[in-house]
Design a protein around this ligand. Structure first.
Ligand code: DO4
Ligand code: MG
Length: 298
């Protein structure tokens, strides 16, 4: 099962479920379940799988996923963030290519990425709150003081009770690489700004994902209707396990249900394909779907 959030004019936020590869989205919103976070919390409270709770809800309507998958406008039904995460955390240099390219492009602090790639302690950084996240087809941002902002296509997971993973989504960890490269202490500014984190289009619950360590991730950058960059990686190439990453995140750190962890990028986009206004970034992960976002200069 996939769970998602969408917007209907006059009704506002709706909670939806999808089964298999069908285009049908069932609206299961109720007074007790007004968001996917409510669904996750209800499942924790009742110690019952999310699927069972979702299936026991009255279906309030059926919508077409492809019709909802449009640029968000107040007057039209459209997809929203699949969850409003209390926090999004990022994992860094979890793929060899990321360590290599970051070290090649960084002067003065060479070797810091290689160190973290091999060290027992992973790189974890605070990435975003819901207010800084955007959903499907909404604008990701290029901050006004960056001349080299890149897409970082990543597999993300959502936590339920404590360290339990409830499902997976697609993340674009949009990052101002010029700011990151100038000095490691500038990392928060390179990572956190409006539209720095795109999530969606849905959360594929665990039952939907055969093996999270064998998922193909494909990223395309489209400019003026042409694909100017295309790259791919398989999540099998990740250096760390998700349990290991969650373990470090949760060490003496209160982590709330719905917290989202983005697991790092293995597709390093060459500097020549730095984001430009009006580009579109598409990231597709098998068994989850395609997250598409246009780019806006902030
Ligand atoms: O330390 C820099 C950020 C690493 C990152 O975002 C990634 O590897 O995906
Ligand atoms: Mg990243």
């Amino acid at each position: 099962m996939k769970i998602l959030q969408f917007y209907i004019p006059d009704k506002g936020l709706r909670v939806g479920i999808m089964e298999g590869n069908s285009d049908e989205v069932f609206d299961i919103t109720s007074s007790g379940i007004q968001s996917t976070l409510d669904l996750i919390k209800r499942s924790i409270l009742l110690k019952t799988p999310i699927e069972a709770i979702a299936l026991s809800q009255e279906k309030k309507g059926i919508f077409s996923y492809s019709k909802l998958n449009i640029h968000p406008e107040k007057t039209k039904p459209h997809l929203l963030l699949p969850v409003y995460p209390p926090e999004v955390w990022g994992c860094g240099v979890t793929y060899k290519r990321s360590a290599e390219m970051r070290d090649e492009d960084t002067t003065g602090t060479k070797g810091i990425y290689d160190y973290v790639y091999s060290a027992p302690r992973p790189e974890l950084f605070f990435k975003a709150t819901s207010a800084r996240c955007v959903g499907p087809n909404d604008y990701i941002g290029i901050r006004s003081d960056s001349a080299l902002t890149a897409a970082e296509p990543e597999l993300a997971y959502i936590l339920g009770d404590g360290k339990e993973i409830i499902g997976y989504t697609v993340c674009n960890d949009v990052s101002a690489w010029d700011i990151e490269r100038e000095n490691p202490l500038y990392l928060p500014q390179s990572k956190i700004f409006y539209g720095c984190c795109a999530l969606g289009p849905v959360i594929s619950l665990n039952s939907e994902i055969k093996d999270p360590y064998n998922l193909n991730i494909v990223c395309k950058i489209i400019r003026n209707g042409n694909v100017i960059f295309s790259g791919e990686i398989n999540s099998s190439k990740i250096k760390r396990t998700f349990d290991e990453l969650t373990d470090f995140l949760c060490r003496d750190n209160p982590v709330l249900p719905g917290t989202t962890m983005t697991t790092g990028t293995g597709i390093m986009i060459p500097n020549d394909y730095a984001l430009a206004p009006n580009d579109t970034v598409e990231i597709e992960i098998e068994s989850i779907g395609k997250l598409s976002n246009p780019v806006k200069q902030l």
